[in-house]
Design a protein around this ligand. Structure first.
Ligand code: GRF
Length: 197
């Protein structure tokens, strides 16, 4: 199974995928890693691992539609079976989802449909829930919406800060992302088919 991974930040979840592939625990080909901005550590660590990288800089395009079209072309060039959003902080267009037959996987640091958006960890703490977690799902063109594949709960401790909680969630998130990719690689029909857009 060929994957393209999209990142906006440090790419520590991506690193877990790279490590699992290197260890022989995950039978996927990371065809490329792409980012929406220059200078991400996610791209840097991919290049260091010998993975092809690309940047489709959101700020370099006159509008979102042009950027989406450029991103779609850049990803399609690597002919992925699955595209993975791993801390990719941009919403893609329905055309992007369609171009990859809905096979656009996202991870989110909360138990969706609760606390979608860029601040899932902060929002869960602010609400005062005692349990949050992470979700791996097929993403559609909404904000953290689409069919859920896997979830796991993480308890919020009284002493938690956003950082300590997010770090504990990410430990679980990495494991869920790797196990979901392994299940998909073993059986492409694993999990409900994504909703067509
Ligand atoms: C993850 O928790 C992801 O779900 C969220 O941002 C974090 C990305 O972390 N949207 P990293 O870039 O993989 O370290």
């Amino acid at each position: 199974m060929r994957i393209v991974v999209l990142v906006s930040g440090t790419g520590s979840n991506l690193q877990a995928v790279i490590d699992a592939v290197k260890a022989g625990d995950l039978d996927v080909d990371i065809a490329a890693v792409g980012a929406d901005r220059e200078g991400t550590y996610g791209v840097e660590r991919s290049a260091a691992a010998g993975i092809p990288t690309f940047v489709v800089n959101f700020k370099a395009y006159p509008d979102r539609a042009d950027w989406n079209a450029a991103l779609t072309r850049a990803v399609a060039a690597y002919k992925p079976d699955v595209v993975v959003s791993s801390g990719f902080m941009r919403i893609v267009s329905p055309e992007f989802i369609d171009a990859f037959h809905g096979k656009y996987l996202n991870t989110h640091p909360a138990l969706l449909p609760a606390f979608p958006g860029a601040h899932g960890v902060r929002d869960a703490m602010a609400y005062g829930v005692k349990v949050t977690g992470c979700t791996v799902h097929w993403a559609d063109a909404g904000v953290d919406t689409g069919p859920i594949i896997a979830q796991e709960a993480v308890a919020i401790e009284d002493t938690d800060t956003e950082e300590t909680l997010h770090e504990r969630i990410k430990v679980v998130e990495r494991r869920l992302l790797v196990s979901t990719l392994a299940a998909l690689a073993a059986d492409p029909a694993y999990s409900a088919a994504p909703h067509p857009n």
